[in-house]
Design a protein around this ligand. Structure first.
Ligand code: C5P
Length: 234
């Protein structure tokens, strides 16, 4: 997947997604999440690929290893560029996901990249302690998921900008740090807790940024995209 910002197409129909994309020249990175995928099904991935978009299929799989393996085999056939699983599913599940992807990737095509979700960017320290009953800090928990993802052979993780530097130190520069929770300095946080600007993401060592509402909710989405891209590129 190219390193330009990944725009989250959090729309409830293909029609709306393509209407939004009209403002762009094509060739940008997009993210298809649960809302659009559950509404439109696998066809949305093919449609976006046909129109020249690189697709991050953000379905965050989390189930027993065998089920995830079979599901990944099917997802590999769709031609997405990047997919993900929840690190909380464990190392065996992540290994199974990778196996499924390898098996399902059509001959001659490149296996989609795969990243592990660490702690969601909407999660904050208190939840880690009081809901998940995890006895270490949020950052240490994210780091553990990163180490697990790496040892399972994954290409990287989804994390917040705030953990990207520590992950780079532990897992290396090449290991993907896909970071959502990106906001322009003057934008709102919405339901995200661990947010940062595109410039902060670059300095922290993010390899990819995922941007949703800061672009899709802007009065001029194209201008917001250009601004975010220029701050990201530095
Ligand atoms: O609108 P916003 O920029 O907050 O959108 C972020 C997108 O990234 C959403 O589609 C959300 O599902 C996704 N995401 C996230 N945190 C993760 C993984 C994915 O916010 N850890």
């Amino acid at each position: 997947m190219k390193t330009s910002p990944i725009i989250a197409l959090d729309f409830d129909s293909a029609k709306q997604a393509f209407k939004f994309l009209k403002a762009f020249d094509g060739g940008i990175n997009v993210k298809v999440g649960m809302q659009l995928y559950y509404k439109e099904g696998p066809a949305i991935v093919a449609q976006l690929k046909e129109n020249g978009y690189d697709v991050f299929l953000d379905l965050k799989l989390h189930d027993i290893p065998n089920t995830v393996k079979s599901a990944m085999e099917v997802l590999a056939e769709l031609g997405a560029d990047l997919v993900n699983v929840h690190g909380a599913g464990g190392k065996l599940m992540m290994e199974a996901a990778l196996e499924g992807l390898d098996k399902g990737t059509p001959a001659g095509l490149r296996r989609p990249g795969i990243v592990g979700v660490t702690q969601l960017t909407s999660t904050e320290e208190l939840q880690v302690r009081e809901e998940q009953l995890i006895g270490v800090s949020l950052e240490e928990s994210v780091l553990q998921y990163a180490r697990l993802s790496k040892s399972a052979g994954l290409d990287g993780v989804v994390c917040s900008v705030h953990e990207a530097t520590a992950i780079e130190k532990t897992c290396g520069k090449e290991f993907f740090k896909v970071t959502p929770g990106i906001r322009l300095a003057e934008g709102g946080a919405h339901d995200q807790k661990r947010i940062a600007t595109p410039g902060e993401a670059r300095l922290a060592g993010s390899t990819h940024i995922v941007v949703g509402r800061a672009v899709t909710g802007a009065t001029d989405p194209r201008a917001a995209y250009e601004l975010i891209t220029s701050q990201w590129e530095g």
